[in-house]
Design a protein around this ligand. Structure first.
Ligand code: DC
Length: 228
């Protein structure tokens, strides 16, 4: 019988981490956790309580309210993946808006928030059999993960993917704005002091700018088979 392992997938925003992570988790019968969704949920909470805006962030107040933020994942069999809930309200759609995207990197620089979310992520992975995607999974959350993948793609490729996704959902978006958001988030994610986005030494880097979803899945599936 195959052993259960921990699979950490890190990389820049919109590199398709969650697509591959979901595919792998379904294929292996593993739990899938999108940690970006957890940071997005905290950002949404901050927006709903006027704790963040384009020119302010009430960091101390937000930290004081962290215990009031309950994040959970509930599997939706129709979608084939778990949706995220904030205090028992489904916020899966809301957290994907461009507005949340524009605030979330700032939220993710706050150490007290990272501490809370990293702890919750480690609890979810205690029994292994998990695919988790984010920015610090292979470096901070599960430094002992058996398989670490680091995904990259050019900023233009990523902005185009994000644009197509939002247009398909019916959002009224502008490509330049999305490109700017991608570059801005890369900058904040890689230069923050606490757990910046870096490739773990033992991670395998995959640039998927020119890979189809199938090519990418086949490549990663082979890496998983080697580990099992
Ligand atoms: O993967 P995403 O775009 O949904 O992530 C949203 C933001 O959250 C991203 O700008 C960086 C941050 N993040 C993080 O700092 N650490 C993680 N493990 C996951 C996401």
């Amino acid at each position: 019988m195959n052993k259960n392992i921990t699979i950490a997938i890190d990389g820049y925003s919109s590199t398709g981490k969650s697509t591959i992570a979901k595919q792998l988790a379904n294929h292996l019968g593993y739990i899938y956790v999108d940690t970006g969704a957890m940071y997005r949920t905290v950002a949404l909470y901050a927006m709903q309580h006027n704790l963040i805006g384009s020119d302010y962030i009430k960091q101390d107040q937000l930290i004081a309210q962290l215990n009031a933020i309950k994040i959970s994942f509930v599997f939706n069999p129709n979608l084939g993946f778990a949706e995220v809930y904030l205090n028992d309200v489904n916020v899966e759609k809301k957290i994907r808006s461009l507005e949340v995207s524009s605030f979330v990197s700032k939220i993710a620089t706050i150490s007290k928030i990272r501490e809370k979310l990293v702890f919750e992520q480690q609890q979810m992975g205690l029994n292994k059999g998990i695919v988790m995607d984010g920015r610090d999974i292979g470096t901070v959350v599960f430094p002992e993960a058996e398989l670490k993948i680091f995904m990259t793609a050019s900023a233009d490729t990523r902005a185009k993917r994000r644009f197509d996704e939002l247009i398909e959902k019916g959002d009224d978006v502008n490509y330049e704005e999305i490109y700017k958001n991608v570059v801005e988030r890369d900058y904040i994610d890689t230069t923050r002091t606490d757990s910046p986005l870096v490739k773990a030494e033992d991670a395998i880097e995959i640039d998927n700018s020119n890979l189809s979803k199938k090519e990418q899945f086949d490549l990663i599936q082979k890496l998983v088979t080697d580990k099992l």
